[in-house]
Write a new protein. Sequence first.
Length: 421
Amino acid sequence: MTAFQFSTLFVGALLLTTLIKLWLARRHLAHIAAHRPEVPPAFSKQIDLAAHQKAADYTSVKTRFAMLSTVFDAVLLLFFTLGGGIQWVTDYWLHTFSSPIAQGMSIIVSVMALSSLLDTPFDLYRTFVIEARFGFNKMTLSLYLVDALKGILLGAVIGLPLLFGVLWLMERMGINWWLYVWGVWVAFNLLLLFLYPSFIAPLFNKFQPLQDASLKARIEALLNKCGFTASGLFVMDGSKRSNHGNAYFTGFGKTKRIVFFDTLLARLTPAEVEAVLAHELGHFKHRHVVKRIVFTFALSLGFLWLLAQLMQADWFYSGLGVTPLTDSGHTASTALGLLLFFLVLPVFSFLLHPLSSAYSRKHEFEADAYAAQQTAALDLSSALVKMYQDNAATLTPDPLYSTFYDSHPPALVRINKLHTL
């Protein structure tokens, strides 16, 4: 393949992906608007028209904003690649550092930082305009800035050593570097699973042991029944930032924790909380988390092998607007290859989204079925309806849009399925 051919392929794929995203969004908007005037009959007794229309309006505003972000992201990617952005950053750091690894780290960090900085106005608008308009945002600007600073510091402490190690292995381990990098990547992610509950998550939120004695006893009885052990039951101050509610497992092995948002506990009955937890236990019982981790690791191994092949082709660099570096004093091409690959990978893998979403929805159905065996299906159904309402999740997504993007089944499909269990 020539550089021109790959450039043409890249631009064509980016254009196609962007147009499909915009087309799906327009379908989604039209479908929501068509069903806005009336609550679906299956939900008419639990959700009033005002709540249904709020969800429709909230989803529509987010979708329109996402369309703008989609166009911006496509333009930004073109700027970084064929527009010469990465080449300009590369030229600057090549004249600043003599060490190839220092050059490579500086290139990657600079592009990531610039991309994050340019995305900040979108994030601010999303948080302080859209979320605030619909009554969800509880975050102050000072808290937003503190979170951002913590994220930057955490990224530096954790990410920079990892990046250094990856680039070092890419330079020193010969043609099989991708196997060594994969091993480090796997070890790093497994370590994060252990560290996140106790050391990382508390940097951003407060976690208090569940105080409600009767609810705690009820949950512990369910855990014993399902053969699940956890290091504790915790309530997270989710209301500090948002009115959205959720519950989740975190950690791995003996560090597993069950976490409830305080907003969730304030809204659901004890029976509904138990049903939601039973759903999460269903994921554990069916080993969904382990399956997803194994799938992710296998996929990452394939991607690293593919990257190793592409890095040997000059057309891969030149076709994306970057001059491949030689070994005459500057060998930062490894970093450039890594950066370019993960920048353009979403463009070429977008059409695989429906497969990933279908796999995730399959797991959700299995977890729902397990919850219906351990608790009352009607309690889970009632809890889900409240969560859809509290999160202003639309009850009427466009089916094709949902097929591409939704990791959870649409509300109507999911509730109907529960009623048959």
